[in-house]
Design a protein around this ligand. Structure first.
Ligand code: SF4
Ligand code: SF4
Length: 169
């Protein structure tokens, strides 16, 4: 735990150790879909919930023993990574099919631009390095992240053996 870290109760009895500047604000920027260009790690609970909403054989893939949402080639220039691929659920208009039609999205999609990791039994939360580099939503609004942590940190994170965000497709 760093000198500037502070404990915040996000749910009753569920604390996170906040490692980022408490004055950090965030608001997702329209038309930026950078974080949807990648394959999203699916925790076990996400897999069960996704199975109720989509065909797992078509939309997930295995990588290093874990499940991720598939990246697929898109026939468009907008809302894709440099290789022309993006998350299988990212629509042509830059919106998420799961979020729009199912009012649900995988845990990891809620967490970004934050990242989480376990240390000495505590759930720590910080800004992901890739967000510092690519997320345009940091410090562009008056919505302090530390005041709305439940929007970023689904409660399931406290039950995971390994919630570490540092795993990508
Ligand atoms: S599931 Fe939706 S929110 Fe998550 S990366 Fe894919 S398009 Fe983006
Ligand atoms: S990278 Fe940041 S601003 Fe861009 S879509 Fe993701 S959360 Fe929003």
């Amino acid at each position: 735990m760093s000198d500037t870290a502070r404990r915040v109760e996000v749910y009753p009895g569920r604390e996170a150790v906040v490692e980022f500047d408490p004055d950090l604000t965030f608001e997702c920027v329209d038309d930026c879909t950078w974080c949807c260009h990648h394959g999203v790690l699916l925790y076990d609970r996400d897999l069960i919930e996704l199975a109720e909403r989509a065909n797992l054989a078509e939309t997930t893939t295995d990588f290093r023993g874990e499940k991720f949402v598939t990246r697929e080639e898109k026939s468009r220039e907008q809302h894709v990574a440099e290789d022309g691929h993006a998350c299988a659920f990212l629509r042509e208009d830059g919106l998420c099919t799961l979020h729009l039609e199912e009012d649900w999205k995988p845990t990891r999609c809620s967490v970004f631009p934050l990242g989480v990791y376990l240390e000495d039994g505590d759930l720590h939360v910080d800004i992901r390095d890739s967000a510092h580099d690519h997320c345009d939503g940091l410090n562009v609004s008056d919505r302090r992240v530390i005041d709305t942590l439940e929007a970023f940190l689904p409660e399931v994170l406290w039950d995971l053996e390994n919630p570490d965000s540092d795993r990508a497709l």
